[in-house]
Ligand binder design. Sequence first.
Ligand code: SDX
Length: 388
Amino acid sequence: QTGAITLDIGFVNTGSCTSKITFLDGEKGILRYRGYPIEQLAESSNFAEVSYLLYNGELPTAAQLEAFNKDIAASSKLPGGVEKIIDQFPGSAHPMGVLAAAISSLSGFYPEFLNPEATEEIKNKAITQMMGQVKVMMAQFYRKTMGKSPLASNAKLDYSSDFLNLMFDGEVDKDVADALDTLLILHADHEQNCSASTVRVVGSSHANVFASIAAGVTALWGQLHGGANQAVLEMLEEIRKDGGDYQKFIEKAKDKEDPFRLMGFGHRVYKNFDPRAKIIKKACDTILEKLDIQDPLLDIAKGLEEVALKDEYFVKRNLYPNVDFYSGIIYKALGIPTNMFTAMFVLGRLPGWLSQWKELREDGARISRPRQVYMGETERDYTPVIKR
Ligand code: SDX
């Protein structure tokens, strides 16, 4: 059919696929992981448990969760060669480039993962090994930029507390760890977003899991995707320096001649409030109060949101704050440097990417090969250069 795009079983070549992991309703602002509402998981679960749920399809028993955490702890160290690769990067490098390289380099140290078949052993190891090693990679590079040597993981700590322990010296504040854990839960998966689709496209060729995840990291880096959380903070800072004139930035965002967009606003799917943004906005107030932090950027963010949500341009286009609009304010309060915000998104999204990679392989999905609507020249004959 001219112009029509046919459905193709498996990886539906209209750029969508079948999955049992995450359900989104963009009109109603609903998000569920394996059927559990995100609000309940954010309130009552923890990141390790949610990661287990996404990957295995069911909430773990106490014994299963204990074993899962033990395996993550046992993997929370890097081969010396990977530590050296991270160390070779200049401190000015963006953490997303370091992570993409370091994750891909794991293929050189774990040849068993290069088996094109996603065996049970690979699938069982992938989630705990990568959740353990990625947090160590991030902390090692951060400490290098601070002129400090890496710290060792502490198996007695929960996932988020251990990450903070790896990043910063000294006692881990429970409120800080809990706030981080909630953020990681909220970022854990999100259906067929740009980076998850990238993981699936690469995984569908039977490239190894490290290559698939490294590809997801590079897709997430973009400012229109995971890079938005860093861009939001930079935008809020610019508004603050400019005297807090929201309207000026809103007019800029509406100007089609100007490439500037209101970072942290809008979404491919949500045409209503992003349920994660609502939870994070509330968490901002709680954690800043607990830590006794007055951050003028939070007031600017709230003011910007209030003005934008009344502006006809945004209302007509159903543009609401998304997951990235408030998350940076919390990361900043937790002491995470701005250039690591998107790497924090990787830490959160890792179990979702791995769950989708595993599902794709278990479903025996065919290689991703989207088709196109050709808009180029019709057939024509070659002309020798002397005639051109
Ligand atoms: C994430 O997909 C996912 O699930 C992603 C994610 C996940 O968890 O994985 O949710 C995480 O990536 C969230 C999005 C983070 N990115 C940003 O905050 C960057 C700013 N947002 C925009 O760049 C934009 O909203 C996108 C990229 C998110 C979506 O881009 P689209 O699909 O082009 O937006 P659209 O089709 O809904 O746009 C409709 C209209 C267009 O204008 P018109 O052509 O109708 O005149 O709204 C405009 C857009 O230009 N528009 C904006 C805008 N977002 C859309 N105008 C100003 N500022 C914005 N932020």
